[in-house]
Design a protein. Structure first.
Length: 154
């Protein structure tokens, strides 16, 4: 590693570690500066500023050169990224993103495949039971109301 590492602040070092482990710049900023609730625009702007610092760039280059592919593309890092994005989407009330991200989480943990066959006569409670753990309680309850409505699938 270069001598520039000694010039990094502890937070810059942490930012670089999070980036090298697969976090995007905004996530890395929030984690390194312990600002989980910082709004997306501010966090993104501050992350970009930190990411442009020459000493940070040099340290990131060193970390990426030393990293193994498995360090950069881990299942855990992917799930961490998804769950972080899911929290942000919920915080902002972006329910379309919440639904999409929940689907991706379900696929990532292996409890949801790309296709799901719902037989015409599947009992709604059986279907809801299959979806527990994939969807959150609010989504299950909304689906329960839809499935119990008359003429839903006729």
């Amino acid at each position: 590693m270069t001598s520039k590492v000694s010039e990094l602040t502890p937070r810059e070092r942490a930012f670089c570690r999070y980036r090298a482990r697969g976090s995007n710049a905004t996530q890395a900023y929030r984690l390194a500066w312990n600002r989980p609730k910082l709004n997306s625009n501010s966090a993104s702007s501050r992350a970009a500023e930190v990411g442009r610092r020459p000493r940070v760039i040099a340290h990131l280059n060193d970390l990426f050169r030393e990293a193994k592919k498995s360090d950069l593309l881990s299942h855990g890092a992917y799930l961490d990224s998804l769950t972080s994005d899911l929290s942000i989407a919920r915080e902002h009330g972006n329910w379309t993103a919440v639904a999409s991200l929940q689907r991706l989480v379900g696929q990532a943990i292996g409890s949801l495949s790309d296709t799901m066959v719902v037989e015409e006569r599947t009992d709604p409670e059986v279907l809801l039971k299959r979806l527990e753990g994939v969807l959150d309680a609010n989504a299950i309850e909304q689906l329960r109301r839809v499935l119990s409505a008359k003429d839903t699938f006729h």
